[in-house]
Design a protein around this ligand. Structure first.
Ligand code: SAH
Length: 337
């Protein structure tokens, strides 16, 4: 049976119309599904009993609850979800901070992009998450009302699941009332899709760069061969109308590889003309690679070099590493029991 949860307001109006009901019933459905107090179909009290029964015979509600959760010493919480249909697993991470409470969502179960430093890549292609599966990660966790910011930085490449990501963003911003300034989608940059994404949304963008040199970037992100960072940056530079969209460049400094002053200078050079800030992400080690993260002094020197070149740069504080909840550590594992 089809789930109602995950349908857009337009699709819900179409459901209402197809049953010969006023469009307004579609609006009522939208509210019960995405705004508190959320209701099961049988409890949607402003929809007649006969209509609720008809809906129940055609649809399930379909909002998933987390199957498992782990709490870090620092208060970060990782949730595991599992599809009842094909047992695909995906995770989200809830990160309380002083002024904000950020939720990191997954857009896919697994990822086909094969970045050499990322744990999710080890799972292989997996599959796209549905709109309902993306939104469940937000709305079915106990602290959903506290969430102030959402980042698509969990499992998967959002641009490989463009349609569902865009539909989820529409619901988050237009129905759930989250500001576009409080949502960031992180991507490795996939060209035609990035353009469609920029056309369809106004949320913030984060681009995973990791090296200013094409040959080196390719060793970290094989997708560089198909979608060169140079072309992606050119596209961002061309879109002058997007000047108000905040863009972050994500960069993991690896010891002895991409953390030299030469790299910082080249980064400054290729980011000229873009109003971006660089976020330096400490690498969370994963097994089976020779990569090593740069030591904090070197990262600080790299940051200072970028700033000297006129590029604002910050160093990300890693959260939840003790529960494998930090960046790039999501691999859908259950709590060992
Ligand atoms: N596929 C998207 C979004 C998911 S990853 C992307 O790559 O942007 C979100 C961020 O975590 C990316 O910047 C990614 O490069 C980074 N990341 C991946 N593995 C990591 C690891 N082991 N340690 C630190 N950051 C990691």
């Amino acid at each position: 049976m089809t789930s109602l949860y995950g349908l857009t307001p337009k699709q819900l109006s179409e459901v209402a119309e197809s049953l010969g009901w006023p469009r307004f019933t579609g609006t009522q459905l939208t509210q019960w599904l995405y705004q508190p107090p959320f209701a099961e179909i049988q409890d949607m009290s402003n929809i007649s009993k006969a209509r609720r029964e008809l809906l129940l015979s055609m649809f399930t509600l379909g909002r998933l609850s987390p199957k498992d959760s782990r709490v870090s010493r620092d208060g970060t919480r990782k949730y595991l979800f599992e599809s009842p249909e094909d047992s695909a697993v995906f995770e989200s991470v809830s990160i309380p901070d002083q002024q904000r409470h950020t939720l990191c969502l997954s857009s896919q179960s697994g990822c086909k992009r094969g970045c050499t430093f990322c744990m999710t890549a080890r799972l292989g292609a997996g599959r796209n998450l549905s709109v309902g599966e993306i939104l469940s990660q937000y709305q079915s966790i106990p602290e959903h009302a506290q969430i102030s910011n959402i980042v698509f930085m969990g499992m998967g490449e959002p641009l490989d699941n463009l349609d569902n990501t865009v539909a989820a963003l529409e619901i988050l911003t237009k129905v759930c009332g989250l500001s576009t300034r409080r949502i960031t989608v992180s991507t490795i940059g996939i060209l035609p899709k990035l353009e469609q994404f920029l056309d369809a949304t106004t949320v913030r963008l984060a681009l995973s760069l990791h090296s200013p040199f094409p040959r080196e970037r390719e060793t970290f992100l094989p997708t560089e061969k198909l979608h060169p960072a140079r072309d992606i940056l050119a596209l961002l530079r061309d879109r002058r109308e997007d000047k108000r969209r905040r863009i972050t460049i994500e960069y993991i400094p690896f010891a002895g590889l991409n953390d030299s002053p030469k790299h910082a200078h080249e980064l400054v050079k290729i980011l000229k003309g873009l109003m971006v800030r660089v976020n330096l992400i400490p690498w969370n080690a994963i097994p089976g690679t020779t990569l090593q993260s740069s030591d904090p002094r070197r990262v600080e020197a790299f940051r200072a070099e970028l700033e000297r070149g006129g590029v604002p740069a910050t160093i990300r504080v890693s959260r939840g590493p003790d529960i494998e909840a930090a960046c790039g550590m999501l691999a859908g594992e259950r709590t060992p029991s």
